[in-house]
Structure formats: structure tokens, C-alpha cells
Design a protein around this ligand. Sequence first.
Ligand SMILES: Cc1cc2nc3c(=O)[nH]c(=O)nc-3n(C[C@H](O)[C@H](O)[C@H](O)COP(=O)(O)OP(=O)(O)OC[C@H]3O[C@@H](n4cnc5c(N)ncnc54)[C@H](O)[C@@H]3O)c2cc1C
Length: 356
Amino acid sequence: MKHLVLLGGGYGNMRILQRLLPDGVPNDIHIILIDRVPYHCLKTEYYALAAGTISDHHIRVPFPEHSQLTYQFGEVVSIDLDKQLVHLKDGNSIRYDELVIGLGCEDKYHGVPGAEAYTYSIQSIDKARAAYEALNNLPPKATVGIVGAGLSGVELASELAESRPDLHVKLFDRGERILPMFPKRLSDYVERWFVEHHVEIVRHSNVTKVEPDVLYNHDEPVPCDVIVWTAGIQPNRVVRELNVEKDKQGRVVLTKQHYIPGYENVYVVGDCASLPHSPSAQLAEAQAEQIVQVMQKRWNGEEPPSEFPPIKLKGILGSLGKKHGFGLVADRPLTGRVPRLLKSGVLWMYKYHNGY
Ligand SMILES: Cc1cc2nc3c(=O)[nH]c(=O)nc-3n(C[C@H](O)[C@H](O)[C@H](O)COP(=O)(O)OP(=O)(O)OC[C@H]3O[C@@H](n4cnc5c(N)ncnc54)[C@H](O)[C@@H]3O)c2cc1C
């Protein structure tokens, strides 16, 4: 038996399982999926979990069952590419013949002192739960500072402002306008929504230090009862510590067939992979489709495609509370109820296709 080991049961590796099961795995291959969590987590909904507007159960999807698939639940601490071993925190090591690294990303704190220690995060389920507890136990009129007005910061700020209008939400961002990756029309729409919902946007901010219950904007103290960091991501620590070539964001540089140069049997999927788009669940899934093609060709003793057509993404959808949203679909800006409905529909379809 050969071992195909999947590290992380996130969007990338779930798509790989979806395509390989039920009949795409040769009889001599056994799959082992390793994750610290015993179910697939819908990370794109962590902002709502933290705001307290959906239940924990709502964003868990059971892992699939198959006779050629087993699970190992635990914390991956390192990978030895030369010995083909994955080391776990409990002291166990798992040998692989083929490996797919899909461990996702973590917060990037840009060296800001105190940021890691004194801010909450929505980058992993346990951290989003801790944010939920802190945010939802706040007394009326408390102040929440959210650092970073990208997609996740905007979704968290709006969800919180709508569900806890008694709180004072401050959204800190470096730029002149929030969501700079979107057309200005969309940023303006989101900013108007924030004005109507009493979210304070602090433009041109530069968070220089964080202490318990206070962040420093351009060295000026701003008291906050809870601070949430949404100001940057980087690949998982296990991947950062791999001694292989990385891009400027620390993501692993891959061949056109998505494996690590020099390690034909090690693929990297999703947020840890250097790809020509910003990390997203959609991108992880599209890349996973290509990885499956490479694997299956090789298992059949055929040459894998020498390259793939560029990955085309369908667009981005963001929510502003439960009723409004914004998005860019086929390069068309959308605002209002339609993108919000589309976003809910995408989530429903995702759960449906994963047997939920
Ligand atoms: C609030 C928010 C909103 C988002 N909205 C969108 C959106 O609307 N659309 C979109 O396309 N993308 C969105 N994203 C981005 C998207 O969630 C990620 O790009 C996607 O999850 C990446 O998939 P992945 O397979 O690389 O890793 P992930 O889905 O993050 O999965 C990684 C897995 O690895 C496990 N893991 C991590 N470290 C270890 C370890 N050391 N040991 C064991 N297991 C480990 C985790 O438990 C997890 O199951 C959003 C992200 C956030 C935070």
C-alpha cells in the first residue's frame, strides 16, 4: 500500500477528496488526512462565528467516509521532505509516499509589538471562538477596534455593527479608502453602509503598538475593549519553516504541476502555494482540481499535463450584515441584496455538495 497523506482538511484538500472519492483512488493507495480539527471548517464564515450571528455547528462539515481513507487528528509540527515524514505534536510520525500540504494561513503581524499577544483573530476556528466569547461578553457601549479593512475586516465590522448596535466599532485601515482591491464605487457603497450603521472608519492609520485594551495609532493611544487583527496573512508556520523556495509572501514556489521543485511527490494547495492570484477558497479549489489531474495521470503511468490553462476565478462576494452585500462577479460590481443572496447561495451549494 502506498500512502497519500493530506495535511489539512480545508477547502483545497476537501476538493481533492471530493474528486478522488468514490472511484478515483487506485486499490493500492490509502489516503490519510491529518487535521487538528475533526471536521471541515467553513473558514469563510468565521467573521459571523466571531460576531455571534451563526452557530458553531453551522460551519462544520463532516469529513467524508471511504474504505481507503483514514483520519489522524492532531497538530502537525514539521515535515521532513527528505525522509518523507510528517511529525505530529504528540510525538507520532507519519510516513508518506505522496503528500499534499494544505495547511492554510495565519495572521501576519508585521512586527507590531503586542499585536499577537493582545489582539483576537479570526484565522482559525479556535481563535474565532475566542473572539466570539470576548466580543459577545462586552457590556453596552464598549469599543471594538478592528485592524485592517480588507474583506474579512469589513465583514466582521458590519456583522458586529448590525447584531450589536450598542457597541462602538472602529475600523482602522492604512489606506485612503477601504477595500482598495475593489472598484471605488464598491468602496463608496460599503463606506456609506458603515456611516449609516455608525461604524467609524479610521483612515491612514498606522498601528504601531498594542497593549492590553489599547492600540496605538501613529503612537497615539486609542482605548479599545477588544481588538481584532485582520491586517494581513501569511502561510502556516509549518510551511514557513520548510527549507524550499518561497515568494515574497512566504508561499511555496511550485512547478506548473503544483509540486515542490525537487520533490515530485509533494504538492502544495491553497493559501500556502505561490499562485498568480490572492489566496482564496475558490483559488484553493481550482488548484486542487489541477492537482487531482496530475496525480491521476501519474497513477495511470501517463505524463501529466506540462501546464494548465490559467485559473479563472468567478468573482468575490462580501457581506454587510445579513441583508446587504457587495461583490465583483465577471468584473461586474454588484451592491445591495443580490450579492448577499448570491453569497448565501454559494455557501448553501458548498454544504450541499459536501453531503451536508
Ligand atoms: C473571515 C474570512 C472570510 C473569507 N471569505 C472568503 C470568501 O468569501 N471567498 C473566498 O474564496 N475565500 C475567502 N476567505 C479565504 C479562505 O477562507 C481561504 O483562502 C481558504 O480557507 C484557504 O483554503 P486552504 O485549503 O488553503 O486552507 P484552510 O481552508 O484554511 O484549511 C487549513 C486546514 O489546516 C488545518 N491546520 C492548520 N494548521 C494545522 C496544523 N499545524 N496541524 C493540523 N492541522 C492544521 C486547519 O484546521 C484547517 O482545517 C476568507 C477568509 C476569512 C478568514
